[in-house]
Ligand binder design. Structure first.
Ligand SMILES: C[S@@+](CC[C@H](N)C(=O)[O-])C[C@H]1O[C@@H](n2cnc3c(N)ncnc32)[C@H](O)[C@@H]1O
Length: 238
């Protein structure tokens, strides 16, 4: 796991090419994965969302398009600063009312502020995941939902093909478009080290989330996990 400063350096270096890289390397599937994420997050009018590790803002756009109001955050300023122009261009700047520099492990928001927290392709890079989960729980309102979209393990059959793609094609094409040969060489290794679908679900339960559910998208290339900040009944409230 690279340290936070290394992650920031890497994303600062590729920020200008990040959107193009996403579209090319996912064969255009990225848009569908974000839309599915926003639907599973149950984003909708009147709900307040926090999009953590929002990068250049495409995950935030998917949430805002469903009518949610949200704050977009990331700890790499070079990525985050590209969001607002995109939000204005898409006429979503009234919905995405702030872009805030913030580390997922130390969120500058008060307790219970959000109905939903989302993190897309970001949790894999967080150094102390339990600490980030604690922050997500803290800023969620009771009953609020965490949604994680992240690379996962493709099902058998697709896995062999995907391994070849991620080992030989992805680092080369990623390095060529981004100009940083190391940025996409690290991606397959970071996915391999990250928990698989059931492992991440267990991790969320251990962190205190209830009603944890998950599904594979595109044969498990990515997975979508959700968990709820469940409200435990106290003796006074009974
Ligand atoms: C692959 S990009 C994803 C951006 C966006 N969510 C998307 O779906 O395109 C990962 C982002 O996670 C951010 N990130 C990684 N670790 C972070 C942390 N501890 N706190 C906040 N952001 C973090 C990086 O700066 C980067 O912009």
């Amino acid at each position: 796991m690279p340290e936070g400063a290394q992650v920031q350096r890497m994303f600062s270096g590729i920020a200008g090419r990040y959107d193009l890289l996403n579209h090319v390397l996912s064969f255009g599937l990225d848009g569908w994965w974000w839309r599915r994420m926003a639907s599973r997050a149950a984003a909708g009018p009147g709900l307040r969302f926090l999009d953590v590790a929002a990068g250049t803002g495409d995950s935030s756009v998917a949430l805002a398009r469903r009518g949610a109001d949200l704050v977009s955050t990331d700890f790499t300023h070079a990525m985050l600063r590209l969001g607002p122009a995109k939000f204005r261009r898409l006429d979503l700047n009234r919905r995405i009312w702030a872009s805030v520099d913030a580390d997922a492990q130390r969120l500058p928001f008060r307790d219970g502020r959000f109905d939903g927290v989302t993190i897309c392709y970001g949790i894999r890079n967080v150094e102390d995941r339990p600490r980030a989960y604690g922050e997500f729980l803290r800023v969620l309102a009771p009953g609020g939902r965490l949604t994680i979209l992240e690379f996962s393990r493709p099902v058998w059959g697709l896995r062999q093909l995907y391994d070849l793609y991620s080992r030989f094609v992805l680092p080369r094409v990623g390095g060529w478009i981004s100009g940083d040969p190391t940025a996409y060489a690290y991606l397959p290794e970071s996915i391999r080290r990250f928990p698989d679908g059931p492992g991440l679900a267990r991790e969320l339960e251990a962190a205190g989330f209830g009603e944890v559910e998950w599904e594979r998208l595109s044969g498990g290339i990515v997975a979508l996990h959700t968990g709820r900040k469940t409200v435990t009944e106290t003796s006074e409230s009974r």
